[in-house]
Design a binder for this molecule. Structure first.
Ligand code: FAD
Ligand code: EPU
Length: 283
């Protein structure tokens, strides 16, 4: 045994929606522990901010990146950095994105401030190229380290077929750590850009939620389409389509996964356009 901490835990506590039953959680803090965790069927859990997990939990191991996989080395690489560009050391896939964005702002390093307000971990944000109208995760990536059972490789964004809310990285290929590519700016400029991006969130609900349920089809706001279908405030059990923004499902307290699934079904039935889910449903 490599010494990874393994515990059976309710997954609800690892999610922003607050829904989900138990699984065996593997807290891994080095590559040997990660390799051992990947010896049986597994899932990789990030910030749990895009997940709807069944009340029954999941049968697979659930891997959480901790220790050095949650550490940040922003030291500029002298060989790759210059007066304009900074390429950092390794940033762990388990690092919370909001704290990273704050640190970059204080250092006056730009490229990722458009992702302000996204409650992801770095690995989860990379995996789905989380973003807003003002920028996305791939704007600030130099190198990605991707781990699969039996392999560990480094790739660059050019090696991947990434786009809107997609990295091109297959499911369960683990983003263990990344190096960032940033533009030298000033704390003031980065702060101003952050505030501008964040102002687009004024209309988003403040309750427990996994963010937007559906991707925007062809650049049209899915929220607007769901709203126009008259669905704001629709409630099933303790889950509700948010009155503030129709692409957000919120947990009013004690919601279960079936409530959320029922609301997703109602939306699909009532909106005339096919919608692609942004949430991940486990299992
Ligand atoms: P999780 O929810 O834990 O997992 C999501 C998927 O990523 C799963 O398939 C998981 O297996 C995979 N994954 C997680 N970690 C890794 C890893 N290290 N390697 C490989 N795969 C991994 N999203 C946006 O894009 N823009 C927004 O503006 C936005 N706003 C939000 C606002 C709120 C209030 C909330 C709750 C969510 C919002 N989201 C937004 C959605 C969510 O934050 C993103 O989808 C984010 O990328 C999910 O990252 P996570 O680390 O929480 O991943
Ligand atoms: N609108 C409505 N009714 C609604 C919701 C929106 O009419 O219920 C209208 C708004 O009035 C506005 C337009 O639709 O005119 C766009 O709305 P908004 O600015 O809220 O943006 P969005 O396209 O709905 C996207 C992302 C969000 C991101 C915001 C801000 C997607 C699926 N959503 O929302 O990302 O935070 O822009 O950049 O791409 C997420 O992906 O989880 C997420 C929250």
């Amino acid at each position: 045994r490599t010494g990874a901490r393994v515990e059976r835990l309710p997954l609800a506590r690892f999610t922003t929606l607050g829904v989900g039953g138990e699984a065996e959680v593997w807290f891994v803090s080095d590559h040997d522990q990660l390799a051992e965790a990947m010896e049986a069927p597994y899932r990789i859990l990030g910030g749990g901010s895009n997940l709807v997990i069944a009340d029954e939990g999941v049968p697979e191991r659930v891997i959480r990146l901790t220790g050095p996989f949650a550490e940040t080395d922003l030291t500029p690489d002298p060989g790759l950095s210059d007066g304009e560009t900074v390429v950092t050391g390794w940033v762990g896939g388990g690092v919370p994105l909001p704290g990273l964005i704050r640190r970059l702002q204080k250092l006056g390093l730009s490229n990722l401030e458009g992702t302000v307000g996204i409650p992801a971990q770095v690995g989860g944000a990379v995996w789905m190229n989380a973003g807003t109208r003002y920028g996305e995760t791939f704007d600030g990536l130099h190198t990605l380290e991707i781990v699969t059972p039996g392999s560990r490789r480094q790739v660059t964004p050019d090696d991947l077929d990434w786009g809107y809310r997609a990295s091109g990285i297959p499911r369960n290929h683990i983003v263990a750590r990344v190096r960032l590519k940033l533009r030298r700016s000033t704390p003031e400029e980065v702060q101003a850009r952050m505030e501008f991006a964040d102002s687009a969130r004024k209309g988003q609900p403040k309750m427990k939620t996994p963010g937007c349920a559906f991707k925007n089809p062809g650049g049209v706001s899915a929220g607007r389409l769901i709203d126009e279908a008259g669905l704001k405030g629709t409630r099933v059990g303790n889950a509700m389509i948010a009155p503030e923004h129709a692409n957000f499902i919120v947990n009013l307290g004690g919601a279960n996964s079936a409530d959320v699934h029922a609301l997703l079904g109602i939306i699909r039935e009532r909106v005339g356009v096919p919608l692609e889910l942004e949430y991940e449903l486990w299992p």
